[in-house]
Design a protein around this ligand. Structure first.
Ligand code: NDP
Length: 477
């Protein structure tokens, strides 16, 4: 762990093993932090808060730019470690580290662009009365991230928190603590004052519970499962901590009859199967217009059959293992439920054999599934995709909206009027038109319905790391 400017072990001395999902080999160990360790980190962040909040935005930006450079120098080393502890192909791990760096640079640049408001107050008894709305840092923040994108999703918390003058304690998932700890250590080498950025590793049920319930913490940013998010909101809500939640998704992709079918098929394959399908914003339901259904599905099938399953560190691997066996079993059960309800397999549909662990699953396409099947109504966090025929855009949007989730969505068409209509009607935090998420930082990202509350990315994310403070000048006496 990294607390108060130093690399430390847990108070108990206990450690957790981290295993490579592809081989089962131990990649390393990390301290098994407890509530006591979390308290140490929170106390350090609290002590560091006041002086850090008084630094200028330029000073904070300098640290973040320097941190970006340090991560850049360790890019390949970090990507390899990330691939080994998470399971993703090294090329995807390289991209993840790039997104992380881009985010640091984005918030470094934004730190000095923060503006407040000047508001005349004409109904005051004195002339010239006005108010100012300042944006003040909140205090000690906590960032909790999942195992699917351990680095980017830690970065979405660190960048805006530090740029805004807050201090932070982050906690990665217990199965992916290694790269995140190394990154926090590197970031601290930028000369950050001690206690400004800390990392605690350890189980959510102990270290995590302390982070979300400790009264010194004023803000919790969480990415993970909807169920965990509900619990975090309840606990953090007891003393009204500021909370943002980035939760599960079941993103619909709509392919219209006038779409560029080749490109749409390529992107459907990428959008569903990168990170072995374990992405909140992966395409999880595909709605294709009847007129082009057969043609499109054939193209997609050709691409999916060429995806090479393998160990993440092997050069031509496109699909690595699922992160753990429970996750593989869950996807398998969701596919089996679809088949029991009349669904048919076009590709995949079973565990991939010939590997050292049971975590591999073939990229799977399923058709003729009723819309109330588990594979449609639940989040499928793995490489399986149900495909549906739709007659027109109204039916596609209606089905797209029949989900408890509302994170991402996409529409593929050459007709911008149709695309705009769908973008207005789809219940989601974002609609991509002939596109998917490319890891940009410029726009806010987050969910509606049970996909979460609040936004990460974009200048908007900074708003969640400030409290608006009104200061009133009474005017001329
Ligand atoms: P979890 O919710 O299981 O865990 C996420 C993090 O929360 C981990 O660090 C975990 O620690 C911690 N945690 C668990 N219980 C508690 C607790 N009681 N108090 C505090 N912290 C706790 O999610 P997964 O790791 O399984 O990640 C997959 C999920 O993340 C999917 O549902 C996916 O959709 C979602 N996600 C959402 C994104 C978005 O932007 N909307 C982006 C990416 C993923 P530990 O590991 O020790 O249990």
């Amino acid at each position: 762990m990294f607390i108060n400017g130093e690399s430390v072990d847990s108070v108990s001395g206990e450690r957790m093993e981290v295993r490579d999902p592809a081989t089962g080999e131990v990649v390393g160990t990390a301290p098994k932090g407890t509530a006591e360790d979390a308290r140490r980190a929170i106390d350090a962040a609290e002590a560091a808060f006041e002086p850090w909040s008084e630094t200028t935005a330029d000073e904070r930006a300098k640290f973040l730019f320097k941190a970006e450079e340090l991560v850049h120098a360790a890019h390949s080393e970090l990507a390899l470690l990330l691939s080994r502890e998470q399971g993703k192909p090294v090329s995807e791990a390289m991209t993840e580290i790039e997104h992380f760096m881009h985010g640091l640079g984005f918030y470094a640049a934004l730190a000095s662009k923060v503006r407040g408001d000047y508001v005349p107050l004409p109904n005051f008894p004195n002339k010239g009365a006005y108010g100012m709305v300042l944006r003040r840092p909140i205090g000690v923040c906590v960032g909790i991230s999942p195992w699917n994108f351990p680095i980017t999703l830690t970065g979405t918390k660190i960048g805006p928190a530090l740029a805004g003058g807050n201090t932070i304690v982050v906690k990665p998932a217990s199965s992916t603590p290694l790269t995140a700890t190394r990154v926090v250590e590197l970031l601290n080498q930028s000369g950050l004052p001690k206690g400004v950025l800390n990392i605690v590793t350890g189980p959510g049920g102990t270290a995590g519970e302390e982070l979300i319930s400790n009264p010194k913490v004023r803000r919790v940013a969480f990415t993970g499962e909807t169920k965990t998010g509900r619990h975090i909101m309840e606990v953090a809500g007891r003393d009204f901590k500021r909370v943002t939640l980035e939760l599960g998704g079941s993103d619909p992709m709509i392919v219209c009859d006038d779409a560029d079918l080749d490109r749409a098929a390529t992107m459907a394959s990428v959008g569903r199967f990168y990170n072995c399908g374990q992405a909140c914003l992966a395409i999880k339901r595909l709605y294709v217009f009847e007129a082009v259904y057969d043609q499109f599905v054939e193209k997609l099938l050709g691409k999916v059959k060429r995806l090479k399953i393998g160990v993440g560190t092997e050069k031509d691997t496109r699909i690595g293992p699922l992160h753990n066996d429970a996750q593989r079993r869950e996807v398998q059960e969701q596919v089996e439920d679809a088949l029991a309800r009349g669904g048919k397999i076009l590709a995949g549909g079973k565990q991939a054999s010939g590997f050292k662990t049971t975590h591999f699953y073939e990229p799977t396409l399923v058709v003729d599934v009723p819309h109330d099947a588990r594979i449609v109504q639940e989040e499928v966090f793995g490489p399986a995709l149900p495909i549906f025929r739709v007659k027109d855009i109204d039916e596609a949007v209606r089905l797209a909206n029949s989900s408890i989730y509302g994170l991402g969505s996409s529409i593929w068409t050459r007709d911008l009027a149709k695309a705009n209509k769908a973008a207005m009607k789809i219940q989601a935090g974002v609609t991509w038109i002939n596109s998917l998420h490319y890891g940009y930082d410029e726009l806010p990202f987050g969910g509606v319905k049970q996909s979460g509350i609040g936004r990460e990315h974009g200048p908007e994310a900074l708003d969640y790391y400030f409290e608006p403070k009104s200061v009133v000048y009474a005017g001329l006496m």
